[in-house]
Write a protein that binds this ligand. Sequence first.
Ligand code: NDP
Ligand code: OXD
Length: 317
Amino acid sequence: MSIVLICGNGTTDRDQYQPFIDLLNEQIRKLNPNLTIEDWPNVKDPNAIDCAIAWMPDNGVFSNFPHLKSIFSLGAGVDHILKDPNLPAQASLTRIIDPGMATQMAQYVTAAVLNVLLKTPYFAELQRKKEWNRMAMLARPPKKVGIMGLGQLGAKVATCIKNMDIQTLGWSTSQKHIDGVECYASNHFDTFIQQCDILVSLLPLTKDTKHLLNTDTLNKLPDGAHVINVSRGDIVVETDLIKSLDSGKLSGATLDVFSTEPLPANNPLWQHPKVTVTPHVSAITNPTTVCHQLVDNYHALQNNLPLIGLVDTHRGY
Ligand code: NDP
Ligand code: OXD
């Protein structure tokens, strides 16, 4: 039996993933040189494929493999796979669980939070104008940071922010207990969001979280709040976010993920003066670490053993 590696969709972005595909192939072969891995679409025998390793595949692609037993998402998120209405019912689904990814995410969010607290863009502007204004730092009211989603990534982020002596809140489906973090379960959304001067989304994209941040919910934030979205673009209604920035309700946004990726050149977020855009890089899948989970899971699949990172497809994460 063999594995198919599907990276990127046919229409927009498969080419950019080639260096990633080459490195992942190399790392997997180091761990088990006997595995057969074929790169989609160059698959010799679709009947021999029992496992797909995938990132942002085209809808319908998995129907090419009648004996598919499992799909391994190359990301921590699985919305890019669950969006396919024709997923083979018999195939299980796993996601990446990599502490290194949580570290990357914690570093990105920490930098974004500190940029707000230390007024980095403002001082960059002062430097450009050769202006010396120490008193700009005098008005520095304490800000509370709220993390939506306290899973593998959100829990690590919350702990890192709290460790900088910043008051930290968290919100998740079930009640969590994280030392020094004020945790709220999902039915306390209003109490949570009303306190967040800086709001971070680390929620998976599901039917319950899609467009959770819209005019109505953004209005519940304190005036002048800053939104950091590092999970999925569709957690936010982009047009509502822009309206809240333009009205002054929000002071800024740091966005790593978007409804459409790559972010189209004509999307106003690229040039919005209150928005920082990065190209979905807050936590990148690292082939040299994730190869271990992928190979272990493939061996487990062959031996009917439990898979690491198994997803509850009904829940959507
Ligand atoms: P997890 O599944 O470990 O955690 C998800 C968290 O969200 C859990 O705490 C869960 O609550 C909570 N949650 C889910 N649905 C709801 C809801 N309706 N209301 C309140 N809380 C909810 O995911 P990860 O931490 O590993 O990853 C989070 C997301 O980050 C991924 O799904 C992906 O979209 C994104 N991501 C982005 C990257 C980037 O580079 N930008 C990189 C990697 C991931 P509970 O624990 O109670 O179930
Ligand atoms: C992921 C991602 O889900 O990179 O891992 O967004």
